[in-house]
Every structure is written in structure tokens, then in C-alpha cells.
Design a protein around this ligand. Structure first.
Ligand SMILES: Cc1cc2nc3c(=O)[nH]c(=O)nc-3n(C[C@H](O)[C@H](O)[C@H](O)COP(=O)(O)O)c2cc1C
Length: 400
């Protein structure tokens, strides 16, 4: 009889050994439609799948018999020291997952010594995150139809001491997230089934919806109607965004933002070149975690070409599908300065609030450290393409 492993079923944080375990705990803690908001990608989710597959196709090549007792994860991100090559990615509506989602995530990042990126569509005001969490803060910008909103967000973020602006370039035409839409009968109105599911999660109902009041797009007040709630983001947000946004608008952003500027959503060498020519400080090679264009290339597939073209002129960061320390190490070996974490830290947030996010970051940093040692490296600066077997060669190795 074949031996069958028992799946992970614990609800205890300390029993979670990896990000997948945190995801399992998270899945059971919130109604299905809330988890679907985090989890779902666009259409057939081919991009979501590709993000993981592209990382899995890369194989690591260790150097053996190296003294790695002096290992550390310290590095430089956007010219400033960071304790690990990680950044927490901007994710909107964190208040739907945990009542203090943005503050909890930002505090965990500050505690570890890495940057936190606050979304334009956050449920906490950017000033509140700055005063309650501190640390290195980056502000993500979505340009909405009412341009005054973008201008005001840039001015407020500068006044609150945010270090960098992350201008997201891939969501002007909003992704078709069908699994997210299924939970709603109309914009912001959950289906009967979703409402019953919410009743089966009384702790979530109490903590997120009732005790502290319904989460709201706090950064966008007073520009958005008061009755516009974050429930059903995929049905609500598309109405706000501006499809006229283009390269000419970088000049407009520069007029209002003097700090570091990153473009998030670059996936081609031509666009990376254009960003470099405009004097942008960095790019995030990203397909938005598979939530925008379906059947899109994975960032990690494009990273080597992009790094070769612009790597000496601007910082190249990446995100999409990073769930293990070895994933992060692979991107660094291909030349990324740091990796942005989207769902990995959100699973921790849902699974256990502050201790959950700390657990997610602890798991990933421990894994990165272990992989570094096993590869024969003492620091992330030593990682290089020689530590990887190119995807195609790896794919053709018999047995893999
Ligand atoms: C629930 C959720 C909300 C997101 N909201 C935003 C957002 O407001 N702005 C943005 O630029 N990207 C947003 N993203 C994309 C992330 O910043 C990041 O690109 C993506 O999550 C990386 O992929 P990963 O989740 O596989 O790590 C969101 C992603 C998720 C999962």
C-alpha cells in the first residue's frame, strides 16, 4: 500500500513551517470571498501559474567546501542599508484581512529593517502608517481620473517622510479577476452565499467589519463617495483608474515628487530602457502577481535581459510568486537588488496578525540564510548567475 502523507491541518502559527502552511491557516480564518481577493489572478490564472513555474524551472548550483560561518543577509536597497533583500509589496485593502493590516505589515517591516510599501488604495491613511509604524516607507501611486488625488498623495507622502514613490504602471486597465468577482452580486454587494460564509467566520466579522467599522479607502477620502467600500475591489476600483496615463506623465510625477522614484510593472527591455533614459531611480519587474494581464511573461523570465540592459543605470527589483527563500536567492543571482513580497506576507497577516507577519518574514529570512550557506555564500552580494542553471538546460536535464 502506498504511504500517504497527512496534510498540514494545524491552526497554530508556531506549527507553520513554511509560507504554504501559513496560507493553509489563512484560508480557514477568513470567508472564501476575502481569501479569493488575495489569491485570485486574472482570468485563467495562467500568469499566476507561470510566476511559480518560471522560478521552479531554475536550478541552483552550489559551491562546496566553503566556510560560510560569517553569513549575513545585509544588503543595500535604493542606496540605503537593509537587513535583508526584501521589501513588502503594496497591497490594497489590507484592512479587509486584518483591522490594522497596513500598520501591522509596516511595523513588521520596520522591525526587520526592510522597506514597506503602502498602497494608494490602503485602508489606513498614509500619515497614520508613518506615525504608528516608522521605518523605511515607500508610497505606491495609482493615478486615478481625478488628477488632484495623485498630486495630493505625492505631497502628503513627502510631508510624512516617505522615502520613495512606487508608480504602478500596469493597472490602468484593470485586470479581469473573475474569481474575485464571483463573490459579489453588484459592486460592493456580496452574494447571499458569500454573506452566509461571512456569518460562519464570526471572529473576522467582529474584528474587521463591526468592532472598528467597515474598512474604507482612507487615502482617497474625501475624493471618493462615502458609500464606496472596499468590499469587492475588482468591481469597485476599475471605476477610479485613469487609462490615459502614459510616459509623458513621468514628468508630471517628477514635478510633484522629489524623492526616489520606482516604476512597478516593467516587463520589457524597451520599457526598462525608457525608464532609465528618463532618470527613474528603479524599476520593479512585475506582472502584478498575475492579477492584471493573463498569459503574461513572468518577471523572472525577463530579469536577465532587463538587468543586462539597464542594471548599471537604475535599481532592478522584482516580484511575483516568491514563496521560498530559494526563490528569492534565484532572483538575486539573476541580478535583482531585492524582492517584493505580496501574498507571502499577507498569508501571515491573515493567519495571525502581527505574529503572523513576523512568522512569514522569519520563515523567509531563515530560508534565504540556509540556502546561502548551502550554496557556499556568506552574503547576498556573492550571488551570481553561476549559481543557477539556465531554465532551459535545467528543464532538459533528465529526471527534472
Ligand atoms: C491582495 C493584493 C492586493 C494588491 N494591491 C496592489 C496595489 O494596491 N498596488 C499595487 O501596485 N500592487 C498591488 N498588488 C500587487 C503586489 O504589489 C505584487 O506585485 C504582487 O502581489 C506580487 O506577487 P505575489 O503576490 O505572488 O508575491 C496586490 C497584490 C495582492 C495579492
Amino acid at each position: 500500500m502506498p504511504w500517504k502523507r497527512r496534510p498540514f491541518t494545524s491552526r497554530r502559527l508556531r506549527r507553520a513551517l513554511n509560507i504554504a502552511d501559513l496560507r493553509d491557516i489563512a484560508r480557514r480564518r477568513v470567508p472564501g470571498f476575502v481569501f479569493e481577493y488575495v489569491e485570485s489572478g486574472a482570468e485563467d490564472e495562467a500568469t499566476v501559474t507561470r510566476n511559480r513555474a518560471a522560478l521552479e524551472e531554475l536550478r541552483l548550483v552550489p559551491q562546496t567546501l566553503v566556510d560560510t560561518s560569517a553569513r549575513h543577509l545585509g544588503t543595500t536597497i535604493l542606496g540605503r542599508p537593509a537587513s535583508a533583500p526584501l521589501v513588502i509589496a503594496p497591497t490594497g485593502l489590507n484592512g479587509l484581512l486584518h483591522f490594522e493590516g497596513d500598520v501591522v505589515l509596516a511595523r513588521a517591516a520596520a522591525q526587520l529593517g526592510i522597506p514597506y510599501t503602502l498602497s494608494t488604495v490602503s485602508t489606513t491613511r498614509l500619515e497614520e502608517v508613518a506615525s504608528r509604524a516608522g521605518g523605511r516607507l515607500w508610497m505606491q501611486l495609482y493615478v486615478v481620473k481625478e488628477r488632484a488625488i495623485g498630486r495630493e498623495i505625492m505631497q502628503r507622502a513627502a510631508a510624512a517622510g516617505y522615502e520613495a514613490l512606487v508608480f504602478t504602471t500596469d493597472a490602468n486597465v484593470f485586470g479581469n479577476r473573475e474569481w474575485d468577482q464571483r463573490g459579489y452580486r453588484a459592486p460592493g454587494k456580496p452574494t447571499v452565499r458569500a454573506s452566509l460564509d461571512a456569518l460562519r467566520h464570526p471572529r473576522w466579522m467582529w474584528e474587521v467589519l463591526l468592532r472598528h467599522g467597515m474598512p474604507r479607502f482612507r487615502n482617497l477620502e474625501p475624493f471618493v463617495p462615502a458609500n464606496l467600500t472596499p468590499m469587492g475591489a475588482s468591481t469597485v476600483i476599475p471605476r477610479l483608474f485613469d487609462a490615459t496615463i502614459c510616459w509623458n506623465d513621468i514628468g508630471w510625477i517628477r514635478e510633484h515628487w522629489q524623492g526616489k522614484l520606482l516604476l512597478k510593472g516593467v516587463l520589457s527591455v524597451a520599457d526598462a530602457e525608457r525608464a532609465a533614459a528618463l532618470g527613474v531611480d528603479g524599476i520593479v519587474v512585475s506582472n502584478h502577481g498575475g492579477r492584471q494581464l493573463d498569459h503574461c511573461v513572468a518577471g523572472v523570465e525577463m530579469l536577465p535581459e532587463i538587468k543586462a540592459a539597464v542594471g548599471t543605470r537604475l535599481a532592478v527589483l522584482i516580484d511575483g510568486g516568491f514563496r521560498r527563500g530559494n526563490d528569492v536567492v534565484k532572483a538575486l543571482a539573476l541580478g535583482a537588488e531585492a524582492v517584493l513580497l505580496g501574498r507571502a506576507t499577507l498569508y501571515g497577516l491573515i493567519a495571525g496578525g502581527a505574529p503572523g507577519v513576523e512568522r512569514a518574514l522569519g520563515i523567509l529570512t531563515t530560508e534565504i540564510d540556509r540556502v546561502l550557506g548551502q550554496l557556499g555564500c556568506n552574503s547576498v552580494a556573492e550571488l551570481a548567475p553561476r549559481h543557477l542553471r539556465p531554465a532551459r538546460a535545467a528543464a532538459s536535464v533528465p529526471g527534472i
